[in-house]
Design a protein around this ligand. Structure first.
Ligand SMILES: Cc1cc2nc3c(=O)[nH]c(=O)nc-3n(C[C@H](O)[C@H](O)[C@H](O)COP(=O)(O)O)c2cc1C
Length: 189
């Protein structure tokens, strides 16, 4: 059962871009705006505070930024990612975040946790980054919710005030949330 009670699902939103005015950040800000009870959402904002992953530092006492990241994951029933592709791969800072999640042996870690992503690339499709994301999440033994993974190409012009403004794109983002909401229902079954 979700920590928020029967039928609820708490989703952690994680963007892979540090850019101010990020389209991926706007996608997740829009998801946060569109989410309705019984879904609750939380945006992870600590990407630029994480230290470089080092297995020697993956032991108590953890860096506070790592502790904050892992606690946010533990609170969540599901994670929704949105990341750009850089040079045919995941952004280094985002891969670093994922590396910090691999060795977490907490019962509410990424292990078997439902995850999905929105591929917001309006360019070449960012297929290599998303293939890599699937691979890394496989190493984490996360449960990819394929029905909630979607390509929602967001041109920079469709973003204003840190939100996606285009009605069709907003509907696509809402559909992803609806697919993720089923995670809460199945967790209660
Ligand atoms: C250094 C750099 C490398 C990039 N490499 C790729 C790439 O390999 N494939 C791709 O589809 N887009 C690539 N892009 C385009 C970004 O993915 C695109 O700008 C994306 O919208 C950035 O997302 P953001 O607005 O959330 O930061 C690259 C951009 C930069 C700055």
């Amino acid at each position: 059962m979700s920590r928020g009670g029967p039928g609820t699902v708490h989703v952690l939103l994680v963007a892979g871009s540090l850019r101010e005015g990020s389209t991926n950040g706007a996608v997740l800000a829009t998801a946060a705006e569109l989410a309705r009870p019984p879904m609750t959402v939380e945006r992870y904002e600590g990407l630029d505070r994480l230290p470089h992953f080092n297995p020697d530092r993956d032991a108590p006492p953890l860096d506070p930024a790592v502790d904050e990241l892992r606690s946010a994951v533990h609170r969540a029933d599901a994670l929704l990612f949105s990341t750009p592709e850089y040079a045919g791969a995941l952004p280094g800072s985002f891969k670093n975040l994922l590396d910090w999640l691999i060795g977490d042996d907490h019962p509410r870690s990424l292990y078997e946790k439902p995850v999905a992503w929105i591929n917001a690339s309006a360019g070449t499709g960012a297929v290599d980054a998303h293939a890599s994301l699937r691979t890394v999440l496989g190493y984490a033994h996360a449960t990819v919710v394929d029905s909630a993974c979607a390509a929602v190409p967001v041109p920079r012009g469709a973003v204003a005030g840190g939100r996606v403004t285009d009605a069709g794109l907003r509907a696509d983002i809402a559909a992803v949330l609806a697919a993720l909401a089923s995670v809460g229902a199945s967790a209660d079954a």
